[in-house]
Write a protein that binds this ligand. Structure first.
Ligand SMILES: [Cu+2]
Length: 337
């Protein structure tokens, strides 16, 4: 083994470790954490950030030192020494990344499981799911990756998404929200109360279960502050379970390029106290029939791009002339009806 082990290397190693550990916790790259799932995801991200910081300083530092230390001396026209192969060094730089990848794989699997990713239908109907599971056990009787092939009751499709975190199934009925993604809006329907809304409201501390679908193309429902994201797929329902831990107003973003105004496909999640949420439900229960009509009336597939964008024009910093131009140059976008 010919790996340098001087005191200076040791000191540099300690220094790099300390910087990495500090930066891994203080990178400031994440928005505020507003769900009970966010802590787990941030823990994983912080570990990856710590490792990456250490590797970055090590590799870039070594590069800079080597460039300075081994630069060509004045008037030196000779060739450098011909060096190739160093078995111990090669074993070391294979072993270290292997260990890192294994640690991250196991850790991320744990986080995914803790969030309910392995059993998306857990909160839905455990009994029926077990029946479905028993039906499709492999002939060898092996249980294998049972949760990955769990059937949705009566649906015959593989369950997708993030369910209820293990151990939280018994904590009362979750608040169900049906989420529909369409070009270029999200519509939220509350089956338990009949409310229909263009922005999502949930009470703080309540387990929420989303049933996500798409009406046209693939979208992705993303809540950055909650560290959760789930594809919305036409013809298939995917699940997303979470608990909001912080009252506030958070962006909901479409994270799948879904068409020309994908970038404008945003709305809000408003996390309220249970009292505020109840007041919102009552206010909207009576209005929902009306909202439904409006939602149909603004169906963007029947509008020109200019018409659709008009309400957002000032927000997007576009003037009416640009809109008119859009209408002219591009009447009726290429949406097959
Ligand atoms: Cu979209």
């Amino acid at each position: 083994m010919n790996i340098p082990s001087q005191i200076s290397t040791l000191i540099a190693g300690i220094f790099i470790t300390l910087i990495s550990l500090w930066y891994g916790q203080n990178h400031g790259l994440m928005p505020v954490a507003a769900s009970s799932e966010a802590g787990d995801v941030d823990g994983l991200f912080n570990l990856m950030m710590t490792i990456s910081t250490g590797l970055f300083i090590l590799i870039q530092g070594a590069l800079i030192l080597i460039v300075i230390k081994f630069r060509r001396q004045k008037n030196d026209q000779t060739d450098g020494p011909s060096t190739h192969g160093n078995i111990p060094l090669e074993m070391l730089w294979t072993a270290i990344p292997t260990v890192i990848v294994f640690v991250l794989a196991v850790y991320s699997f744990e986080v995914y499981n803790a969030m309910g990713g392995l059993d998306p239908m857990a909160s839905h109907d455990h009994h029926q799911q077990e029946i479905a599971h028993n039906h499709q056990m492999s002939p060898s009787g092996q249980e294998g990756n049972e949760s990955l092939i769990a059937m949705a009751p009566g649906q015959g499709t593989v369950a997708l998404g993030i369910g209820t975190p293990p151990g939280q199934e018994g904590q009362g009925e979750p608040l169900e929200v049906n989420v529909a993604g369409m070009q270029y809006a999200w519509i939220f329907t509350y089956p338990q109360t009949g409310v229909i809304s263009g922005e999502m409201h949930v009470p703080v501390g309540q387990l929420v279960k989303l049933n996500i679908e798409a009406n046209d193309v693939i979208h992705a429902f993303w809540l950055p502050e909650f560290r959760i994201k789930q594809d919305a797929i036409p013809g298939r329902t995917s699940q997303l379970g979470f608990t909001a831990t912080r009252v506030g107003d958070y962006p909901i973003i479409c994270a799948e390029l879904c068409g020309s105004y994908h970038g404008g496909m945003k709305t809000r999640l408003i996390v309220e106290t249970p009292e505020e949420y109840q007041a919102w439900v009552q206010e909207n229960q009576f209005a929902s029939a009306d909202t439904m009509e409006k939602a149909v009336a603004v169906n963007p597939t029947t509008m020109s791009e200019g018409e659709f964008l008009a309400p957002y024009a000032s927000e997007m910093g576009i003037d009416s002339q640009t809109l008119q131009h859009l209408d002219h140059s591009h009447h009726h976008p290429g949406i097959i009806q």
